[in-house]
Design a protein around this ligand. Sequence first.
Ligand code: NAP
Ligand code: ZN
Length: 348
Amino acid sequence: MTSVHAYVARSATEPLVPGTVERREVGPKDVRIDIRWAGVCHSDIHTVRGDWGPQPYPLTVGHEIAGVVAEVGSEVTRYRAGDRVGVGCMVGSCGKCAHCQAGDEQYCVEGMIATYAGTDRDGTVTQGGYSTGVVVDEDFVLRIPDAIPFEKAAPLLCAGITTYSPLKRWGAGPGRKVAIVGMGGLGHLAVKFAHAMGAEVTVLSRTLGKREDGLRLGADHYHATSDPETFQALAGRFDLILNTVSAPIDVDAFLGLLAVDGALVNVGAPGEPLDLHVMSLIGGRRSYAGSMIGGIAETQEMLDYCAGHGIAPEVEIIAADQINQAWDRVLASDVRYRFVIDTTTLAA
Ligand code: NAP
Ligand code: ZN
């Protein structure tokens, strides 16, 4: 075992504190990665604060990891020392079930092994990317194309794939009207992807405060959901609505914005249940769906797509001792648009 520097949650209520986590020795199929950048996802906060249920503390979160390969196991074929690589929300799956075989490892019937707070094969609790190093099976390591600035790569490993995958699956493209609800870490990348895919893109944010940014990132229209007039003016408009909001929304109100056969796809994951009236679906043969990250092959496809289309998140780089303040700012929606930890500051 090797100790690495980390920021650690000791409970649901205390601030994160500097500490260490243990990493296993490099096995034949493992890649040891020196983590260089770690994105801050709202899921990190939901997890530690207990929004999704009890957690195994002490816990280090972070599932948007960009780093450099330091060492590879004897059977590793795809990576070598010095490569720029990424790790997202999962570090293992059974590899045999129909979903794993289809490249949907996130829906593994045995359950994917989450990058943090998951149970690893050896029974230990997985520890995430707010740390200086990690050891991961090569099948769950992604290659970061040279065209993606290194400090902007990490958020693509969760926020990027979580928005790219449903936009592609539900057909964001030319002739399609797509709305993105919430312009935070996921939302701002969704705007970039939907625009690059050729859709007509509308942002639905609570206020018009981020309108200039939204239009600059590729939105064609921008509306405030705090204005009731928005829901009347846009009724029946959209083929696809991607909801990235971290809190409950008025599902019926958003379903009313869908055209016949339209779909509202939830990627936002508040802990509370969301209500809806089935008439909102029946009245337009509409669908309400969900989507979780994306498979490994699709994540690589997304990274290559970003390299080819010049897509990267807007990031704000922080030092380790700013993590707690950054979490408060995420909770206040005061982030433009993803915090990324410079992990060299974890060792200080
Ligand atoms: P984020 O950066 O905090 O963005 C969330 C956005 O939601 C905010 O920017 C804000 O947009 C809006 N919002 C926040 N509180 C709100 C409220 N009370 N009412 C209405 N709107 C509110 O978070 P994120 O990292 O993008 O993550 C968003 C959600 O996706 C989280 O729940 C996260 O856990 C989830 N997630 C899911 C997956 C998956 O696989 N499905 C993967 C990653 C994350 P405006 O200011 O524009 O209104
Ligand atoms: Zn995430």
